[in-house]
Design a protein around this ligand. Sequence first.
Ligand SMILES: Nc1ncnc2c1ncn2[C@@H]1O[C@H](COP(=O)(O)OP(=O)(O)OP(=O)(O)O)[C@@H](O)[C@H]1O
Length: 574
Amino acid sequence: MRLADKQANPAASVLGPLAQPAVALLVIAVAAAVVPQYWLFLATSVLVSAVALLGLGIVGRAGMNSLCQLAFAAVGAWTVAQLNVWQAPGGLIVWTIAGGVAAMPFGVLIGLPALRLRGVHLAVVTLGFAAAADVVIAAVNFPGVETFEQVERPMFIATDRQYFVYAGVLFVVAAIGVEWLGRTRMGAAWRAVRFSERATAASGTSVARAKLSAFALSAFGAGLAGGLLAGQVGMITAQNFTTISSLALFVVAVMAGSEYVGGALFGGVLIAFVPEIFRRAGINQDWANVLFGVGAVQALSQGSSVSEGLARRLRARRPARVPEPRPSQDVGAPPLGTRPLLEVEGLGVRFGQVVALENVDLVVPEGTVMGLIGPNGAGKSTLTDALSGFLTSATGSVTLDGRKLDGMPVHRRAAAGLRRTFQQDRVPTGLTVGAYLRFAAHRSVTREELEEVRTFLGCPALNAHVFDLDVGSRRLLEVAAALLARPKLIILDEPAAGLAHAESLALADRLVEVPARFGASVLLIEHDLDMVRRACASVVVLDFGSVIASGPPAEVLARPEVARAYLGDEVALT
Ligand SMILES: Nc1ncnc2c1ncn2[C@@H]1O[C@H](COP(=O)(O)OP(=O)(O)OP(=O)(O)O)[C@@H](O)[C@H]1O
């Protein structure tokens, strides 16, 4: 399913989705006709590296590092060489695709540690794999090398000019594939995992699946590049896939921004042409790697690659329109549900010696908005984490609509109808509003449904970029996504943080309507007591991890023990 809105990419909406590939193919055709043979060979190398960089960009989208892309490429090249020796049916094009497919299990294998490791630890694991692959392929010759068997090209791509066109077409197809994937739910999951694994799981998406799919498809891209290289040079050696080359590829990806098609192409140009320019200038080609390293350090210190910086500058020309806050309009008494929806019995959570929750019993009725309040450190967020499945050490039992949730992982609880938002901003910045809502809804939603929820809460337009939104708008967006998922229960953890007081009250009025309009009960965690009074039919007060009061808001907030918990004094919270 297509997730991003067309307007998110101004060029695409003006020229049509096929215009960019068509222009690219035209440039390739013209270059094939006019560029001298030698430079065309280098240009083919650009395309080979660009395909590998597109693959690397996939793990980059998911916020992971892979320093072993050329080990995957070696698998692709090996497969092509072996199929060539066997003279397998299908010819080079089929062998190249087979090379990509053959690299995928290795991608999954390397992706497995990514389920537990992040950042530099994951990078070290992938580097280890690159080094191990280096040793293996240096020790044994690629198929056909001992017998001097060149990889055979079909007639129509036999010359270097024809092969350049073939590489160009393959790059365009790969670029379309990567862009298309980026707009699917899987692509949105990669962006979401990069921003927050917790929020991704809480939206019902398997973090493990998102990470492994990114590694598998990334390896596929690298495998394709390896096969393409095998066809280009005819006979491959271990020298083509050294660990240092893998590192250089990664560094260029960081600098150029391989998550963008333009960035991958630019990176390919750097890898192919900079060493050549150095050679012609009589400078040792290895200095190219130093230059790439400096560029990557510069990109990291600026917080964005060349492509990311360009994309931001383009977006800055079209700032997102944030709608005027809706005026608050007291919609009357909130509904008071009767049938129990969420039943919590004896919930307990300890962090070492700290007892965060102790023997908490709680019932959230169906069709209502219930408040959960308490002073800082009372245990509200811990309760949310325990209910949504993040705290596996929690004791006690949780039942939603008659179904026991105990032992269920986060994404399965979300699928069972329990959605939550977070106190901190967890909306991935790499998506448009529309793409985020569709992803986080975790079900097929029509544009009308999107617009309905968006306007109901007063969120920015679907084509606005999350990156450009203020914190308040992002909080509303998270609530909108939770509503779109049509859950049975939504736990909102301080949704008004970042909103002005009037906006908080307007949100409270909207929440009152949620049970009737969206069929979900709401458990609202809030410090803004005006908002709680306005939105909630009942309220539960936590203090030091225990429930100290519950009932209608006006009555509960007037109780001296509640005032004492908040203010340390017997003053009613009126
Ligand atoms: N990961 C953790 N390790 C150790 N202690 C923790 C951890 N998380 C929470 N706590 C402790 O558990 C208690 C409850 O914290 P919690 O964050 O749930 O409170 P809260 O009511 O959500 O507070 P706030 O309103 O400030 O968000 C506090 O004493 C806190 O210090």
